[in-house]
Design a binder for this molecule. Structure first.
Ligand SMILES: Nc1nc2c(ncn2[C@@H]2O[C@H](COP(=O)(O)OP(=O)(O)OP(=O)(O)O)[C@@H](O)[C@H]2O)c(=O)[nH]1
Ligand SMILES: [Mg+2]
Length: 453
């Protein structure tokens, strides 16, 4: 059956007029837990139900004729049905955190506009998106680093709170290793395991974002376990040299493999030819976790954004097919249904305050930036000043008053956090009805802006 429909697709794809079909590659970028998978699930759902929701009332979706989510002819399709199964369970649950790469391909067919349009026929846009574990983004800065530089950076991070306390005895063990001595592979495997546990603690206990190497937390399907047996040697630096078989030589070789094949492979797959980027940031959790988590989020996002190419390509660059640059960026504070509607803009403002320097650079490069406080799936309903929602894994409802969000993020990054509860998705979600949301329609409209439809 799958083969049959794949063949059918190939036939229709080759007979369609390629001039009438445009391709849109959207980079959905966000750290782990930012809300990428939930966002992509809601995006497919909103488009599949474009005739019923808010989209139906706005241009160009009033001319949207049909939407097809393609899955038969692509490698590793996005697990839309699995996400739907969790969301529509009783009690409803969120989609699982992502463990591997997957791809979304959506074909949108628009009815032609005007007499000339009718003569030309229907227009198609194919939207292409990748989903991946958010941790993997944190590896991108490694592309520009040697192993020695990474060791130096780790030594610096481990010297400061909260990582210093979280690393406890591991710090001393790594500090004690002479990089030029013969490597003990058994001990190295144990240390790598301890490093992975340390990264887990950084994430879960301190809410830190920059946890490297990311595949220690989320390996994915294409990495052999022993290739992850390396650790930072805290006595080493970028000038270190040591003989074959030494701790340095073994760790450096594995680091280089990790950087040149695993990180580079992900980079090439995710970042080739992005037309636009949707940057999703969960601002509320680090506001809740405190100053260190906010500072770490800022550094992490700045480091990640360094890896993207923004701005206009000149005529010559376009002619020579240089790497295309991202010309449009939507910056979205996610999960804003957790606060009252009047505070949603404040959450977005705090995010823009946090990223102010990097955003100024990107904007200066000629990139159009759109700020949108977003909720892909709205879990709360408003009752006066209070919010009503269900808690994860439980039945029944709670009524609560979320705390205030400051209008601006203070320079010190010290904020009184709003009350954050582990909410479950709303009941009654079904594939064939548009999910409740905040501003998904604005975002989908933004994505298609500038397309000749
Ligand atoms: N209330 C609310 N919670 C949300 C929303 N979107 C995501 N969440 C919560 O945030 C969690 C993480 O969302 P995901 O979509 O899994 O995040 P992700 O970016 O795909 O994370 P990784 O797969 O780990 O990279 C979910 O399990 C929900 O608890 C939303 O619109 N509203
Ligand atoms: Mg995910």
């Amino acid at each position: 059956m799958a083969n049959k429909s794949a063949n059918w697709f190939k036939q229709t794809a080759t007979t369609a007029n390629p001039l009438r079909r445009q391709r849109l590659r959207v980079g959905v970028t966000g750290l782990s837990g930012a809300g990428k998978t939930t966002f992509i699930t809601s995006l497919i759902n909103q488009l599949e139900n474009h005739q019923k929701g808010l989209l139906a009332q706005r241009s160009p979706f009033d001319r949207l004729d049909s939407v097809r989510w393609r899955r038969d002819d692509i490698k590793r399709p996005f697990p839309y049905l699995e996400s739907l199964a969790a969301l529509s369970a009783d009690p409803a649950a969120w989609p699982e955190s992502t463990a591997d790469l997957s791809r979304v391909l959506l074909d949108l067919r628009f009815k032609p506009r005007g007499l000339l349009g009718k003569l030309q026929g229907a227009k198609e846009v194919s939207i292409e998106i990748l989903d991946y574990p958010g941790e993997w983004l944190l590896d991108l800065p490694l592309l520009n680093m040697s192993y020695g530089q990474w060791c130096e950076q780790m030594a610096q991070w481990l010297g400061q709170p909260p990582r210093a306390e979280l690393a406890s005895t591991l710090h001393e063990r790594l500090q004690a290793i002479d990089p030029t001595a013969d490597a003990d592979t058994q001990e190295l495997a144990t240390l790598a395991d301890h490093w992975a546990k340390f990264l887990q603690r950084c994430r879960s206990e301190a809410g830190l974002s920059r946890n490297q190497p990311a595949r220690f937390l989320q390996p994915g399907s294409d990495v052999a376990a022993e290739m992850l047996h390396f650790v930072p040697l805290l006595q080493a630096n970028q000038h270190t040299t040591a003989p074959t078989g030494s701790w340095w030589a073994v760790c450096e070789a594995r680091f280089n493999y990790y950087r040149d094949f695993i990180v580079r492979g992900f980079y090439d797959e995710h970042f080739r030819h992005l037309d636009q980027q949707v940057l999703l940031v969960d601002m509320l959790s680090p506001m809740d976790a405190g100053q260190a988590a906010l500072a770490d989020l800022k550094d992490a996002m700045e480091a990640v954004l360094e890896s993207f190419h923004y701005g206009q390509n000149g005529f010559l660059a376009r002619l020579l097919r240089f790497r295309p640059r991202i010309r449009r960026l939507a910056l979205c504070a996610t999960k804003v249904d957790k606060v009252g509607p009047r505070q949603q803009r404040a959450v977005q403002q705090c995010l823009e305050d946090l990223m102010v320097d990097r955003l100024a650079d990107v904007r200066h490069g000629g990139v159009e930036i759109k700020g949108l406080p977003l909720s892909a799936i709205r879990a709360t309903r408003q009752e006066g000043e209070a919010l009503v929602a269900g808690l994860q894994g439980k039945t029944g409802w709670v009524r609560y008053q979320p705390g205030d969000i400051p209008e601006h993020l203070p320079q010190s990054l010290e904020v009184n956090s709003p009350e954050l509860l582990p909410l479950r998705p709303p009941p009654g979600l079904h594939r064939n009805e548009p999910f409740p949301h905040y501003r998904m329609d604005d975002l989908v409209a933004w994505m298609l802006k500038g397309q000749r439809l």
